[in-house]
Design a protein around this ligand. Structure first.
Ligand SMILES: [Zn+2]
Length: 344
């Protein structure tokens, strides 16, 4: 079980990055991996904090999250030889830092500037080009510094997407339980309850998240981090990723213009809650109050792709048993669930 040793969440905690690393016994050289879209102000704050803690610091901008980008960063790690890799930015930038640091046996620190999905704190990684359209286990960050004043200023769409990724645990845990009963798969109560608690808290605080209040943003960030910890405890993404994630991953691979990961997961949760015979209206209500997509139209994805994903999503990860079963939904069943829930 790999867990972060220190988690800082709050307003204006970004300048504490350097001191936090020193406290953890990390000194020397720091390589900051970030994307071109990360606001200058966040990068300046982090570099200043590292330099004040006597780190020789270098920044490397990565343009994407494919295996080629990870390779570029690994080359830079070999060249600069840092004592710590700092992943600064959205989920993709952190994924690149996470995977490249693991491949080069370096530790990494996660500094999310957006709260769009739970990869900011989990040991799981998702990069393009590996023939795996889903996340798999890499390593957990040594620490997480989540500055809610930076995250609260990110585009609201990213915050709403993060909520979709958290609400998804409602059906992910039900799928995990199902796989335990039907396939005798390992099931851990503690990890499952932690993921469920995160989804309950985000649902309960939907209104304060909608207004981007500090407590609302904090609830979401804590939920994302708790879900990362739930996956660390379980040693698998099971507590956080069920059929609604397969649905989202499938859409990402086939839709001409996919929506965000968490947005698709949210809609997938409405559909999967219906299939589980549980309260899909609750999920739909919460997502609309948050301002996250609840229909194919909101996602900007044509009905055909939604039906395709419902009938074929089970094929992308056959070992992951879910409510979609081993042969997937029939076309008629897919039409019914998507129509009844108002998704199409
Ligand atoms: Zn997710």
């Amino acid at each position: 079980m790999q867990l972060p040793r220190e988690v800082l969440i709050g307003q204006n905690v970004a300048p504490l990055v350097g001191k936090t690393l020193n406290r953890l016994g990390v000194h020397g050289r720091a390589l900051v991996i970030t994307g071109p879209k990360v606001r200058e102000v966040a990068a300046v704050t982090i570099v200043k904090s590292l330099e004040e803690a006597n780190f020789a610091t270098s920044i490397f901008i990565t343009e994407g999250a494919t295996t080629a980008h990870v390779q570029e960063v690994e080359n830079e790690i070999h060249r600069f030889n840092p004592d710590i890799v700092v992943g600064l930015g959205g989920g993709k930038d952190i994924d690149v830092a996470k995977l490249s640091s693991m491949n080069t046996s370096k530790q990494f620190l996660s500094v999310p500037t957006a709260a769009s999905h739970d990869g900011i704190a989990s040991p799981l990684v998702s990069v393009k080009g590996l023939n795996k359209p889903y996340s798999y286990v890499a390593h957990a960050p040594i620490a997480i510094v989540a500055d809610t004043s930076i995250i609260g200023r990110s585009p609201y769409r990213l915050i709403a997407s993060g909520c979709g990724d958290i609400v998804a645990k409602y059906t992910a845990v039900r799928d995990w339980k199902l796989a335990h009963r039907i396939k005798n798969e390992y099931y851990g109560d503690y990890a499952a309850e932690l993921a469920l608690m995160s989804s309950r808290l985000v649902m309960k605080n939907a209104n304060s998240i909608r207004t981007v209040s500090d407590s609302g943003v904090r609830t979401l960030v804590e939920a994302l981090i708790s879900c990362g910890v739930a996956m660390s405890i379980a040693g698998t993404s099971r507590p956080c990723s069920g059929a609604e994630h397969l649905f989202s991953h499938y859409l990402t691979t086939i839709a001409p213009r996919p929506a965000l990961h968490g947005e698709q997961c949210g809609v997938g949760t409405i559909l999967c809650a219906y299939l589980h015979g549980t309260n899909w209206q609750l999920i739909k209500d919460v997502l609309s109050r948050i301002g996250a997509p609840t229909t194919a139209n909101d996602l900007g994805i044509a009905k055909e792709y939604i039906l395709d994903a419902l009938t074929k999503a089970h094929t992308i990860r056959p070992e992951r048993y879910t409510i979609l079963g081993e042969s997937g939904l029939t076309r008629e069943a897919a039409e019914r669930v998507a129509t009844v829930t108002g998704v199409i």
